[in-house]
Design a protein around this ligand. Structure first.
Ligand code: ADP
Ligand code: ASP
Ligand code: MG
Length: 410
């Protein structure tokens, strides 16, 4: 029999009825003789509600206390699901992070899991108990509660699957798997039967929030297969796994968008060695992740520099950049939070030319201006005005024929 980790997202646990549906699903797997570890998110909307309470107190809540607050959502769903299982006469036990020692670094709000002690879990599994664990949270080496960033329960699930040596990590959500693009904004989106870790990694990091990026990094590193599927149907979903030959023959597998970044431009920077380091060191010291960076060609000894940061860190980044800009005698700092990044992802791009120009032409035909471009081996991203996001996604999905049944993976 297998050891299965099942992670249920917030929408799957949105109310008591849904929690009972989940309990029945867990029971089914358990009654087949499998060992079952369940990782839960907070009930739908709860994390947003908690974070907005903090914002009602102060615009910049203390990061440690914010994690103490945000982590409570998962404790509630963890207890409720375990009660539901017990009322179905399934032996089960709930745990929050410190009880199973989900150890993280101390980056509040975006902590990284270092390790999980599986001893207690293994003992419970041996007693045929279903172990229900609160996702999204950990503890640092001083015993502080930390959280793993939005969508972090996916990463909790994969890390726990790794530590417990599970056979599979199932991610249950409100859609039937990983689609060619967000099915909620593009009705033609098609479910993928399989996707490689690398493509999924790009899709997740470029905005396909169906899996948190770090969960895919973890799964790739430890070769844990992930099955993304719906809580509300029995159909097979998408298997995230190692790349095989068939996958390479697909040029573009998906289109993603991300509205959670903001753009900062520093103009007329004196162009001399050390300037970029001066600008970005304070930002990196503040644990802010910079995504795209563009530096213009120098003219008359001056240059402009544009970069993007997560919207959540944008005000902090702006303050830091304004200080440095003064020190280095730059002309001004411009900020634009109304941007979106649209991207196309595909393993086959490595060996095909013309993909970028097809993308740029498709956007140009709709009158969509491209503000920034970045590429890697298997993706191309463009920053555009956020009001065009949905249009751009649909146009690109259509341009690369993703709605049609031309996918060798299926
Ligand atoms: P959960 O609460 O289960 O963690 P999330 O809201 O985090 O669910 O993730 C599921 C959502 O991800 C879907 O409802 C869908 O709108 C969105 N999504 C974005 N891109 C994709 C994609 N390529 N495939 C599937 N879902 C996607
Ligand atoms: N509850 C957290 C969030 O809303 C973590 C998760 O759902 O994965 O981001
Ligand atoms: Mg999620």
């Amino acid at each position: 029999m297998a050891l299965v980790v099942q992670k249920y997202g917030g929408t799957s646990l949105g109310n008591i009825e849904k929690i009972k549906v989940v309990a029945n699903r867990v029971r089914e797997t358990h009654q087949k003789g499998n060992g079952v570890i369940v990782v839960v998110s907070a009930m739908a909307g709860e994390t947003d509600r908690l974070l907005s309470l903090a914002k009602d107190i102060t615009a910049q809540p203390d990061e440690r206390e914010q994690d103490v607050l945000a982590s409570t959502g998962e404790q509630v769903s963890c207890a409720l699901l375990t009660m539901a299982l017990k009322s179905l006469s399934i032996k089960s036990i709930s745990y929050v992070a410190h009880q199973v020692k989900i150890r993280t670094d101390n980056a509040f709000g975006k902590a990284r899991i270092l390790d999980v002690d599986s001893k207690r879990i293994t003992r419970d599994l041996r007693d045929r108990k279903v172990v229900v664990i609160a996702g999204f949270q950990g503890i640092d080496d001083k015993g502080n509660i930390t959280t793993l960033g939005r969508g972090g329960s996916d990463t909790s699930a994969v890390a726990i699957a790794t530590a417990a040596k599970a056979d599979i990590c199932e991610i249950y959500t409100d859609v039937e798997g990983v689609f060619t693009t967000d099915p909620n904004i593009c009705p033609e989106a098609r479910k993928l039967n399989r996707i490689s870790y690398d493509e999924m990694l790009e899709m997740a990091s470029l905005g396909a929030k169906v899996l948190q990026t770090r969960s895919v990094e973890f799964a790739k590193k430890y070769q844990i297969p992930i099955h993304v599927r719906s809580t509300f149907s029995d159909r097979t979903g998408t298997i995230v796994t190692r790349e095989d030959k068939d996958m390479e023959s697909v040029i573009v597998s998906g289109v993603t968008y991300n509205k959670d970044e903001a753009k900062i431009t520093v103009t007329k920077i004196p162009d001399r060695p050390g300037i970029a380091s001066k600008l970005f060191t304070p930002i990196s010291n503040a644990n802010i992740i910079v995504d795209m960076i563009i530096q213009n060609v120098s003219a008359d000894g001056f240059t402009d520099l544009t970069f993007t940061v997560p919207k959540a860190d944008y005000k902090k980044a702006l303050e830091l950049v304004q200080i440095t800009a003064k020190e280095i005698n730059a002309k001004e700092v411009l900020a634009d939070p109304s941007i979106a990044k649209v991207s196309i992802v595909g393993a086959g791009m490595r060996s095909h030319s013309g993909v970028a120009s097809a993308m740029f032409t498709a956007l140009a035909n709709e009158g969509i201006n491209i503000m920034m471009i970045s590429t890697s081996e298997i993706k191309i991203s463009c920053v555009i005005e956020s009001k065009y996001t949905e249009l751009a996604v649909r146009v690109l999905h259509n341009t690369f024929c993703l709605g049609e049944n031309n996918d060798l993976k299926n």
